[in-house]
Ligand binder design. Structure first.
Ligand code: PCA
Length: 203
């Protein structure tokens, strides 16, 4: 049986009209080698992770690859760790992580849980494959403290809780070329190729 990979990207947020992570995930072609499920998530503290959980529980994927935009990045960022912290940043619903409009305190994602979890995809294999494909890529040791890190930490915590044997990781991508003049960017085609390369190295 073919392995199943759930791939997620995001809708636009923070004043941008596009999000290359969602666009690249939508553009990903299917593969002979694995079955792919796709989700394009809202940049919402409350609404994004339940969508992953629902697909995970119903479809039972063998791997989960999440993709998000990292404004300012000039290379593909292979995230290595999710931390137990929500930053004080509002989401597209105008809410902070605690569900309020007016508090701005940082808080843990999960109470009484580990400070961090490492990703479970093979980051070395992925970096080598991206380098071989001549796509600028590097390891990243912080996925930030916004919704991307929230999904990464929450997924790794679920995996641990359920003792699931799943490859889980997060890729941050630059802005798509032509999207913003004030930030580094990468052609959307290259971002799509990068994700195909990552997916081919998930097992
Ligand atoms: N990037 C944000 C959230 C959605 C996205 O594409 C992040 O890095 O947390």
């Amino acid at each position: 049986m073919k392995k199943k990979i759930l791939v997620t990207g995001f809708e636009p947020f923070g004043g941008d009209t596009r999000n290359p992570s969602g666009e690249a995930v939508i553009a990903l072609p299917s593969s002979e080698d694995y079955e792919m499920g796709k989700l394009i998530l809202p940049v919402s503290w409350k609404r994004a992770f339940p969508e992953i959980e629902k697909a995970w529980d119903a479809w039972k994927p063998d791997a989960l690859l999440m993709v998000g935009l990292a404004a300012g990045a000039s290379a593909i960022r292979i995230e290595r760790v999710g931390i137990n912290l929500c930053g004080a940043t509002k989401d597209i619903d105008g809410l902070y992580a605690d569900g309020t409009e007016d508090s701005c305190a940082e808080k843990p994602i999960l109470a009484d849980a580990p400070d961090a979890f490492f990703v479970t995809y093979d980051e070395k294999k992925i970096l080598d494959a991206l380098k071989k494909a001549e796509i600028p890529a590097k390891y990243s040791y912080s996925a930030g403290t916004y919704i991307c890190n929230y999904l990464l930490y929450s997924s790794l915590a679920k995996r641990k809780r359920e003792d699931a044997d799943m490859q889980i990781g997060f890729i941050h991508v630059p802005y798509a070329e032509g999207q913003r003049e004030d930030f580094p960017s990468m052609p959307l085609d290259t971002i799509v190729s990068a994700l195909e390369t990552v997916l081919s190295e998930m097992f």
